[in-house]
Design a binder for this molecule. Structure first.
Ligand SMILES: [Zn+2]
Length: 95
């Protein structure tokens, strides 16, 4: 948990895992997306990590479409669950 002191750190890590540095819209799969301006929403949980798609005008988050989407639990717990899944996959591969 210490590596991920806040939601933004978790979100950025999830974005790296999911998109590998190339974010794309989960609705139309277009890479023509931009992170929403967050300066005026600073501190508002739930607004951080939002993206806009220029193709279909949808707004989305890295968690959109993931198994935890819509769950009302803190992102730190999502990340913990995801890291457990990744570790489990690793150990499966090792056997
Ligand atoms: Zn789109």
């Amino acid at each position: 948990m210490e590596r991920f002191p806040n939601q933004m750190a978790c979100i950025e890590h999830l974005e790296k895992i999911r998109w590998k540095g190339n974010p794309k819209c989960p609705h139309c799969q277009n890479p023509n997306v931009a992170r929403k301006n967050e300066s005026q929403d600073e501190g508002k949980v739930g607004r951080i990590g939002r993206w806009n798609c220029f193709e279909c005008q949808a707004s989305f988050k890295v968690t959109c479409g993931m198994i935890f989407h819509g769950a009302k639990i803190p992102l730190q717990k999502w990340f913990l669950a995801i890291s457990l899944i990744l570790n489990a996959k690793k150990s499966w591969n090792a056997t």
